[in-house]
Structure formats: C-alpha cells, structure tokens
Design a protein. Structure first.
Length: 216
C-alpha cells in the first residue's frame, strides 16, 4: 500500500476521528455526513474526496473497536497452548465484543464495504501508527492481526485439525458456515438486544460451533 502524503493523511484522520467522536457521543445510528463535516470543520463535499460514502467512512471509524479486541485477545490467550483452548478463548471474546457493539462489528464485516476490510484495516494502521506489543510468535497466533474473519477462522480450524480435535475436511466451508451463523445472530441483536442476553448470545455461538465442528 502506497504511503500517503502528509496533507491527505491528516484529512483522513480528521474525518475518522470526527466520526468516532460522534459514535461515542450520539450513538452509531446518529452519525451523519453533516455532523461529521461540522465536527471536522470541513465542507461535507470534502468528505467524498476521501471516502466513497458514509458507510465507507464508518468502516474506517469502526476499526478502532477491532484493534481493541485484538489487544484484549493478545492478553486472553497468553499461556494457552492447546488449539482447542485458543479457539474457544478467541471465539468467546469475539462474540462478547460483537454483542457489546453489534452495529460496529456488523459494519466492519457484513456491510456493503465488507470486501474492503483488508485495505481499510491496513490503511487505518498506517494512519494512526498502530503498534502491537508482546505479540506471541507461535504460528497459531498469526491470525491475531488479520482483519478478515474467514481467513482468521480458517487458521484456527486448521490448527484444530492438525491437533486432531476436528476433521480436517472442508475447513473453508466450515469457516464460512460459522460466519453465516454469526452474521445472522449479529443482525438480530443490532436491532433488538432483548432477544438475547450477552451470555445467551455467546453460549449460542459456542454451542453452534461445537455442533458444526463435532467438537466437545
């Protein structure tokens, strides 16, 4: 990815930070182009010089939540060696973060710009000079900073298969099915959290994973 000129980098930062501030202050559903332009101090038309539309800018703003999750995960899996333990720790923490911020994580991974997540994530890392400290070096942990859910899940499932915990066939298809389950449940709670408590949401995700993978 090419390095950005300083002026362009600053403009991108201004709009992302303005969007993040509005999400924190007014809530995800109350973010508008007009509010962002007022918060950043630029004409609303200027935003479209840097982002395709509001949803594209929202995806950038939501990356902060993904990075927070990644840093929590680094701490969560320290000392874990079993692929099974790592899998459930990873999936449980992710399910909890999704329930806490369902609209944010839906925007990141299942919105109209979902196929741009790699480009969005690594551009954000460059813009804000994101650094990861104390990253484990074992191969199993290589998924931590991957922004693509399917790719991350495939790495985890391959490790489970190599450890003899699950059947090694149809790994990619199994990963995609697990993500379809997540998308469906996430779509439900982003509109109405009363359908599940956080514990119920996480329990359903883990239970469906065990059934699909034949993993106990």
């Amino acid at each position: 990815m090419h390095k950005l000129p300083i002026k362009q980098k600053r403009m991108l930062q201004y709009f992302i930070e303005a969007t993040q501030h509005i999400i924190d202050r007014d809530g995800f559903d109350n973010v508008t182009i007009r509010k962002i332009s007022e918060e950043a101090g630029y004409n609303s038309a200027t935003i479209y010089n840097y982002y395709e539309d509001l949803e594209h800018l929202l995806q950038f703003a939501c990356v902060e939540y993904l990075i927070n999750y990644q840093n929590k995960l680094i701490e969560k899996i320290k000392g874990l060696n079993s692929p099974r333990d790592i899998y459930f720790a990873t999936w449980t923490l992710f399910a909890r973060e999704c329930y806490n911020h369902p609209k944010v994580f839906y925007q990141l991974f299942f919105s109209k710009h979902k196929n741009k997540i790699y480009k969005t994530f690594y551009r954000y890392v460059e813009l804000f000079d994101v650094r990861y400290e104390n990253l484990p070096t074992q191969k199993i942990f290589s998924f931590i900073t991957l922004p693509d859910l399917a790719a991350r899940h495939i790495i985890l499932l391959e490790s489970l298969a190599q450890g003899g915990f699950i059947d090694g066939e149809h790994i990619e298809q199994k990963a995609n099915m697990l993500l379809m389950i997540l998308e469906s449940m996430l779509n439900s709670v982003r509109f109405d959290k009363s359908e599940y408590s956080k514990d119920q949401f996480v329990d359903h995700i883990i239970t469906y994973s065990k059934i699909l993978l034949n993993l106990e």
